[in-house]
Write a protein that binds this ligand. Sequence first.
Ligand code: ADP
Ligand code: TRP
Length: 323
Amino acid sequence: MTKKILLSGVKPTGRPHIGNYFGMMKQIVDMQDEYESFPFIPDYHALTSVQSADKMREDTINVVIDFLAIGLDPEKVNLFKQSDVPQVTELTWVFNCITKMPYLMRAHAFKDAEAKNKDINIGVFDYPILMAADILIQDTDVVPVGKDQIQHVEMARDIAEKFNKLFGETFKLPQSKLVSGLEVIPGTDGQKMSKSYGNTIELFAEDEEIHKAIMSIPTDSKEILDSKDPEECNVFALHKLFSTEDELGEIKKRYVEGGMGYKESKDILIKNIQDFITPLREKRKEIAKNPERVLEILKQGGEVARQRAEEKMKDVREKIGLI
Ligand code: ADP
Ligand code: TRP
């Protein structure tokens, strides 16, 4: 039986955090046996904000190493970078021509960017179209993403339907895939964990960095013996990710009954996060010692992705009358 296609991208824009990991990177690893998988690095998307060649190169290879360190198996998946598939930018133009401006103006990311800075580039505006091209060109069935990306996947569906209606059945309609309960991982301040809010715990953080991040979580002024509502506590929200069920039950009980202070709760959390991250960090360091192999993996994945994209584009060029 042929496997369904999974595709998702992580932009090369700095170090990943545990929100990225639990929200989507881990899903890709967990699904790599069941799906034919295309995890990729959307470097052209990053170009909307990263405009330094050194930073682009460094962050791109870093994301590949991150993916390998968390357990993506290059024998099973096609790990590639977007710019190795230039057919995607070709398809973006085609989609640009069948999409109306008012429709794109409804994109949350565009509205947020515009609210902050009126002087945004056209790439930011066109971002969802490039993403639709990434998804549709590979005949993707599922797109594992965090909550903030759902609208983009819906837009890809709309664009596929529009093209199919205008030119005949060509594109599959993709579905986004969220992990329930992990749609929005909170940061150290309780808001969504995000690089732009400065509230992250990096996925490959050193022990001291983990310590510092957890110690910075604000808590209320309740004493050790006071009863505490676990659902109101940002420390507890993170325990949910790093504790066994039994351990979590015990912490919850002690919060409610009183007897667990925030210091003790934080100490347990720090230890659990360190135990979780240490082996990943060590593996990452090993992989980083061999950048040639990392580049070779990226190159091979790119060849597979490019060939598939070229097949699809032949059909598209035919359908729109270029051939
Ligand atoms: P950031 O907000 O830190 O810039 P990105 O926008 O680069 O993160 O997100 C990369 C991927 O990780 C997306 O699929 C996004 O939905 C997911 N993601 C990011 N932050 C979180 C979070 N706090 N909880 C769940 N998923 C997240
Ligand atoms: N927009 C996504 C993000 O910010 C990255 C991305 C680009 C992507 N192309 C994609 C994700 C295609 C899934 C599928 O996280």
